[in-house]
Design a protein around this ligand. Structure first.
Ligand SMILES: *Cc1c(COP(=O)(O)O)cnc(C)c1O
Length: 413
């Protein structure tokens, strides 16, 4: 569910016409709907937090401070994968006691930062990382709270670049090595074992892989109990998909909870969930303007002012985003590629798309761009990044200004 819809022929974000935002703030422009973000946060809270669970938003999906503020106000936590994300989460007012830290390559400096801020736990991805955390914690004279990220070797049936829970990927430790791993960690002086973690992939549209994965973790939890290691937290990861195209019908948070929570009923653990995409994905759109049109005889191209540096997902994963006109009108249809100005043939937002013939200067809305949109953007081709706007009912405000040419060179010496 989201609050981007046509009223008559005009596409709105809540009560604001997107065309008006494009005119006021320029394009490319990311537009977020506050009501949509809040709705998704509340859906997760209702599904998981009633029973004491902790909602940790995955910052890498979207780390704009205005989005994070909404999460902080809703008392949500954060799932971070870098020191920079920890900095942002804290700055937005997210409580460190609700921050979990994953990622295969945490540096000593990042570990120290997280220990000093007293985060909830590290989701540890290798034996050497565990030793490094033990070492850094020792230096500070503290005990580091850790969970092991277990790789259950379950196929999440999603794009390979966003699959994580299979042995061929770099994430976590094989589930069959988990007991040995915990045994070693238990002997480390500056490690406090607090949990177990899984995150098997992203844009999952089926509940079965979540269940299969959890079922592989549960025997580990039981066996650890038998050997005197009691886990407080069971971190289920994120990964719930959103609807990018009409033929996708992903489950909602209540269905995810309904599928997973019965499996751990009576286990006495606190559940952690780490959604990113399903909170912010369809709470954001990317507005772009058609610059030119051309046909090569073989193909029609709609050339727009947003490229792969603004929204990388189509180029990186071949992912599908709906592209809608900000103002609908009666017109003929065509099949076209919607492409950006970047000098790469892989620079496209839509391929072989059946769409209304686009007019020069027309505003187009790339739907479902709230997650892994701005957060993956770059300055490639020395393009200043676009602006971000938050809509709240009838009002709207700039939450990140458009970059300037000066911004492009600000760190250069
Ligand atoms: C990326 C990531 C998430 C969030 O994934 P979504 O598909 O956006 O929900 C959660 N946990 C970890 C460890 C991640 O790396």
């Amino acid at each position: 569910m989201h609050y981007f819809s046509y009223k008559g022929n005009v596409l709105y974000a809540e009560d604001v016409p997107l065309e008006a935002l494009a005119r006021e703030y320029g394009t490319p422009l990311y537009v977020y709907s506050k009501a949509t973000v809040l709705r998704h946060i509340q859906a997760y809270k209702k599904a998981f937090c009633g029973s004491g669970g902790i909602l940790c938003f995955a910052l890498k999906a979207n780390s704009n401070g205005a989005v994070l503020k909404l999460l902080a106000e809703e008392e949500a936590g954060a799932d971070i994968v870098s020191g920079g994300e920890l900095f942002r989460a804290l700055k937005a007012g997210i409580s460190p006691s609700k921050i979990v830290y994953a990622g295969v390559g945490k540096t000593a400096a990042e570990i120290e930062f997280a220990l000093k801020k007293k985060i909830l736990m590290f989701n540890v991805e290798s034996g050497e990382e565990m030793e490094a955390i033990n070492r850094v914690a020792g230096g500070l004279g503290v005990k580091a709270p850790v969970a092991l990220r277990v790789n259950p070797d379950v196929d999440p049936r999603t794009h390979p670049y966003i699959s994580t829970g299979m042995k061929k990927y770099k994430f976590g430790m094989p589930v069959e090595d988990a007991l040995e791993f915990y045994g070693k960690a238990a002997k480390m002086e500056h490690i406090r074992i607090t949990g177990i973690h899984q995150h098997i992939g992203s844009q999952l549209t089926d509940l079965a892989p979540f269940r299969d994965s959890l079922k592989k973790l549960l025997p580990v939890v039981e066996k650890l109990r038998g050997s005197g290691i009691d886990l407080k937290y069971l971190d289920l990861g994120g990964g719930l998909g959103i609807r990018y195209s009409r033929d996708e019908n992903p489950p909602v948070p209540s269905q995810l909870a309904g599928s997973l929570l019965p499996l751990i009923k009576g286990l006495g653990v606190t559940v952690v969930v780490e959604p990113g995409r399903s909170i912010i994905g369809n709470a954001g759109v990317l507005l772009t303007k058609c610059l030119y049109r051309k046909s090569t005889g073989e193909k029609n191209f709609v050339i727009v002012d947003a490229g792969m540096n603004d929204l990388l997902r189509p180029s990186l994963y071949g992912s599908f985003h709906e592209v809608l006109p900000a103002i609908k009108s009666r017109r003929a249809f065509q099949v076209a590629d919607v492409v950006g100005p970047i000098c790469e043939s892989g620079d496209f937002l839509a391929k072989d798309r059946r769409m209304p013939v686009v007019k020069e200067g027309e505003t187009l809305c790339v739907m479902g761009a709230g997650a892994y949109g701005y957060s993956m953007s770059s300055n490639y081709n020395s393009r200043p990044r676009g602006a971000e706007v938050m809509v709240d009912g009838k009002s709207h405000r700039l939450v990140r200004r458009r970059e300037t040419y000066q911004d492009l060179i600000k760190g250069e010496l």
